[in-house]
Unconditional design. Structure first.
Length: 458
């Protein structure tokens, strides 16, 4: 995180201007003036963060700024026909008239991919394109990339997932702290070698002692129902315990967290915190009951992008810094923010830095700090290590263990990364079609076992 990968790509795609150096395309030096100029030169980029207008439709977003016209008016029929072709190309089935804000994160990511491919570019930059995709969607993307290579398109692929690098790359370049550490051929790119290049040392992974039984019950959910979404959801989380939800896309994992946290309404069901029934109809009430929720979409619902690092960290605990009525003790806020910046190793010039300018991984650490500062008893973590490098991922895992094992909190982990689920969980709850279909203790959990439940084979 913060190595400079995304910044370098923004220079190549015209979003940022370089200070020094030269860029050559097809043997000719070029001065990339802006994003449109980069497109004219044949460069397209799929950003790590979505470049979309949420209130416009799928078709409108796909051709934003280059709409089909007829007699000076937008030709919506022609635009939808072409949009259908582009989405069919990547096997994305979605209503073309649906607003982008109503799509899932995975669907929005696939829409970004379709938009970039529709430009028929010579150079395609993909910045963490699979961070929100399922294995099947990821494999579809790789097949598309293979066909583009056969057509002569050059691909620049940014990823923290080292197994992906070996699958799609010919040559691997590692950046660290804004510098090029080295470039090696994929055949020589053993994963321990890449990790050493990325972090500047050999990685040591935290040893985990798993809980056969948790401590006192912190959270209990009984008979949670939401028509068409959740069906009779029952589970508990205890002190010192990490409980994971795993399932295929659409299984309802995120919907459970949203329902318990008061984001979505319920048809029926009861929630108990430390043995007492809790009425939670809004996130504000959830926070008062000691719940925290690190959402999958950190930019849309986890961060206030125009505010500083410090202000984002204290958003869920402002009452702790009240001094005289609505006035805040900014000194106390700054001291606490400094402590968490150091503890979580957030890479930022200062706590006053506007959060939008941090790398994705460092933004995620700030969201995690927000809930730790709010003194949450139970943390719902939805894809907490998505788009985070191997070193930062280990830091997040360490913080999860510290929060549960040392501080006596409980973590409810939602992750599509099955190796992460298997490594971190005391218990795994497998979901399918809005139901919990299995509860598997760590001692009995295997990748095959969990996938069989998730896919409905068992």
């Amino acid at each position: 995180n913060g190595a400079g990968k995304s910044t370098l790509m923004k220079i190549l795609s015209g979003a940022y201007q370089r200070d020094e150096g030269s860029i050559w395309i097809e043997g000719q030096p070029v001065e990339i003036q802006n994003a449109r100029h980069a497109q004219e030169l044949g460069i397209a980029i799929i950003y790590q963060t979505f470049n979309q207008v949420p209130h416009l439709s799928v078709a409108e977003n796909l051709f934003l700024g280059r709409e089909a016209t007829k007699l000076g008016f937008i030709d919506f029929k022609a635009m939808r026909e072409r949009a259908a072709e582009e989405l069919n190309r990547i096997r994305l089935k979605v209503d073309l008239n649906k607003r982008v804000m109503d799509l899932s994160v995975a669907q929005r990511q696939m829409l970004e991919i379709a938009k970039a491919l529709s430009l028929n570019s010579k150079i395609l930059i993909l910045d963490e394109p699979t961070s929100a995709l399922t294995e099947r969607e990821t494999e579809t993307l790789f097949e598309i990339m293979d066909s583009l290579r056969q057509r002569g398109v050059a691909l620049i692929y940014i990823s923290h997932r080292l197994e992906e690098v070996k699958r799609v790359g010919d040559k691997v370049t590692v950046l660290r702290d804004g510098k090029q550490v080295g470039s090696i051929h994929v055949k020589d790119a053993e994963i321990p070698t890449l990790i050493r290049m990325m972090v500047g040392r050999d990685m040591t992974f935290t040893t985990i002692d798993f809980q056969s039984t948790g401590g006192a019950e912190l959270l209990r959910v009984e008979h949670l129902n939401r028509e068409g979404v959740l069906h009779d959801i029952n589970f508990a989380a205890h002190r010192g315990e990490i409980v994971s939800f795993f399932g295929l896309v659409g299984a309802g994992r995120t919907e459970v967290a949203r329902a318990v946290f008061g984001v979505d309404s319920l048809d029926s069901g009861e929630i108990y915190v430390e043995g007492k029934r809790a009425v939670i109809r809004s996130p504000q009430q959830a926070v008062k009951h000691g719940l925290g929720f690190l959402t999958e979409d950190r930019l849309g619902s986890g961060l206030a992008l125009a505010l500083s690092v410090a202000h984002n960290m204290t958003l869920a605990s402002l009452e702790n810094y009240e001094r005289f009525g609505p006035l805040l003790d900014l000194g106390a806020e700054r001291r606490t923010a400094d402590n968490y910046i150091k503890e979580l190793d957030v890479q930022t010039p200062s706590q006053d830095q506007i959060i939008r300018y941090l790398s994705g991984g460092n933004q995620q650490k700030v969201v995690l700090a927000k809930w730790l500062m709010a003194k949450s008893k139970v943390l719902f973590l939805d894809e907490p290590t998505q788009g985070i490098d191997v070193g930062a991922k280990e830091e997040v895992h360490r913080l999860m263990l510290e929060f549960t094992r040392e501080q006596g909190g409980a973590v409810v982990l939602i992750s599509s990364d099955l190796p992460e689920v298997l490594r971190m969980s005391d218990r795994i709850l497998v979901m399918r079609e809005g139901r919990i279909v299995a509860e598997v203790p760590h001692s009995e959990a295997t990748q095959e076992h969990i996938m069989e439940y998730a896919a409905g084979v068992k």
